[in-house]
Every structure is written in structure tokens, then in C-alpha cells.
Write a protein that binds this ligand. Sequence first.
Ligand code: ATP
Ligand code: MG
Length: 425
Amino acid sequence: MASIKAIRGMYDILPEQTPLWQYFETQVKQVFAQYGYQEIRMPMVERTELFCRSIGEATDVVEKEMYTFTDRNDESITLRPEGTASCVRAAEEHGLTYNQVQRLWYHGPMFRYERPQKGRQRQFHQFGAEVYGLDGPDVDAELIIMTARLWQRLGISDVVTLQLNTLGSSAERAAYRADLVIFLNQHIDNLDADSQRRVATNPLRVLDSKDPKTQALLDSAPDFYNYLGDDSLQHFERLKSLLDGAGVAYEVNPRLVRGLDYYCKTVFEWVTDRLGAQGTVCGGGRYDGLIEQLGGRPTQGVGWAMGVERLILLLQEMQLVPAELSQRVDVYMVHVGDAAATASMLLAEQLREQMPAVRVLWHCGGGSFKNQMKKADKSGAKVAIIIGEDELSAGQVQIKPLRGQGQAQTVSTVAANGAVQALIQ
Ligand code: ATP
Ligand code: MG
């Protein structure tokens, strides 16, 4: 029989990889803690309608990327393609947005039916941050500054750049959209095929077409910034001055519109040129109308999401994976004979009791002394604790440094703890 393989575009994260993932996750969680954000966990499936109503029918995600099924009750459900809609749903459902400010974060797998390639999977992972109940540019700045702090912690500040734009209010966008459509229709024959289609469905998306001819044409399109009112302009100016103050560099990119319908005012993306075509590692913006659109009371929202796979790839590409991550254990317990095995197990338990942070691997499966020592060496442990017949009868253990920290020593079993501690610092 043929063996069963994982679904295309969905990947196992193997034990060799998980230390890097854990390291990354720890860094992100520490940054969230530094800024007073709280974790929220939502289900991975929601009613399909939630995503259609929030993300927008005329977006790539809803048009062609959703994993949608009918369940046994004939309800249409969807594996979440992103976290913002679920987070809004959860916050509304539990009254978290009523007259209060929330600073939230979430983490987990997302699902999009896309063509798998480097940095693009069908199951991928995001960390996201969402803030409810604040309308000012101050919190927009905070959200961006915290990502900059994370890049600094990870050592990638030099290879990511911040693209910043404003999408104004929905009324400003509507006025602009009308004029843009007139302009695009005048030049419809010179647009790429995707853009031609978008003129009718989602004309603002034409602005971020990757097609060079379309981009060249857009140089003479109406300028969105001429359509912005005072409120939007002041918001954008204050955001920029806060970023300036924090020393976070940015490029204003008037063509950055982001894929999803729900954004207004601030939008931004962090991009890198080190990952080829899939260069956006984090994106976000303000979505003041979304909560109301989903049936809640009018509440402002702003947030971002980052792609974990892309950031992990970037760390690997830049050789920024901390060396100690490859080390799995600190102490390897070697023993020969049944009686020594029992003594070794008891000592291992005692060490775990006394030194909870120390990783102790008790050899299982028997084998010769020489063979076990090879395994001890391969494990990356700093120390082997050896119990043979001689040691056993003398009530002693041999402590052997494996990483060039000096000579082996024989100590009484009760002194093992102290001797190990001294060696693994
Ligand atoms: P892209 O333009 O690359 O398709 P997007 O605009 O669809 O990105 P968002 O919805 O803003 O992406 O999601 C935020 C981040 O999640 C992206 O910047 C990216 O890092 C990551 N991401 C999105 N889709 C995928 C995917 N299919 N595989 C891996 N990471 C992804
Ligand atoms: Mg996409």
C-alpha cells in the first residue's frame, strides 16, 4: 500500500526545527509582555460568513484562497485564513470592546489555498496584535514600534524596511475610487489582465499591481493624497512624527493598499529583499469600520499580523540562529548493568528534583559503555554521569566533562549535583 503523505502546502515542523520556532515564539511573547498586550485564543474554524463580511468578497483571500466546507449540519464553515476577523468576533461576543481598551495578541496556524512556494504555504503561522477602542495615531505608532523592537531582538533590523501609507476615511476613499475608475477605464486596454478585472471589483487593488506597464500608467493617475481631509492628514502626520521620534525609519508608499477591504487610515508593511518574491514579513493597519460591519457597536481597531515561516526563513538565511539552540540536553546518564541502570535512573530523578532547569537524558536501551559514550557525545550534552559496577559498589559516580571542561572526576553520589552544576554553567 502506498504510504499517506501530508497535504500539499502543509508542513511538519520537525524536532530539528522546533527549537528555532520556540526561540522565535519566546522573543515575540516577551515583546508583547513588554508592551502590556494580553493573549487571546480563538477557534481555528468560523462561520464562512464571518470572513466574507469582514475581509471582503472581492479580495484574493475570499475569492480564491479559503478552505470552506459544509459540516454535518450543512453549515458552511471555513478554516481561518487570518486572525483579525475571528479576534473581532470573539471580542464582540464577550463584550470586550464595550467602553474599554483592549490590547490583544494571538498566535497560530492560518489556512489559505494558494500555490505553495518558498514563503507561501497552505497552512502557515501568524502572530497578530489587535487593539480596540483607540482612535489616535499614538497606538498605530506603538504597534509599529513594537515590531521594530522585535526585529532588533532578532537581529534583522538592517534587512527589513517599513512601508507606510494612509488610506484615509471610507468617504475619502469612495471619492477617490470614483475618479480612479474613470481614469482606469480611459486606459483599460493598457492594463494587465488582473487589473482590468479589478477595475470593476476592487479598483484600489490596481494600485499595487506588480505589472510594470500598469505601474508606469499609474504615474499619471489621480493622487489620493489630494482627496484626504484634515483628520486623515493630521493622523498620518502625527504617526510619522512619532515614528521619527522613536527612530523608526519608513518609506511612504502611496501605492500600498494591502489586500483586505477593511483598512482605513494607517496601513503598513515590513518587507525584506532577502526572501525573493515573498518579501512581506508583517503587515497591518487601522480598521475602524470593521467591528460595526460585523454587527458590533462602532469601535476603532488597529493591528498587524506577521508570517512566522518567512521570519524563520529570514533568520536562517541571515545565519542568525543562536548556536545554543542545537543543544538538546545538558547531562547524559551512562550506566552498565541492571543495578547501575536503576541507580542511574534514581540519580537522574534526584537531579531533576534539585535542578529543574537542567536537562537530563537517562540512557535507555542498554548497550556497551563505549556505545553509550558515543551517544552521550552526539547528544550535545556537556557532561556524562557514568555508573558502572565499580562506582555502584563504592556509592560513587564518575562525572565526565564532554566539551573540554577538564578532567573526569569520581565523586560520591550525594556530591553529583554540585559537581554537575559547576560544569554546566
Ligand atoms: P502576500 O501578499 O504575501 O500574499 P498577504 O497580504 O496576503 O501577503 P496578510 O494577509 O497581510 O498577507 O498576512 C500577513 C502576513 O502573513 C504576510 O505578510 C506574510 O508574512 C504572511 N502570509 C500570508 N499568506 C501566507 C502564506 N500563504 N504562507 C506563508 N505566509 C503567509
Ligand atoms: Mg496573499
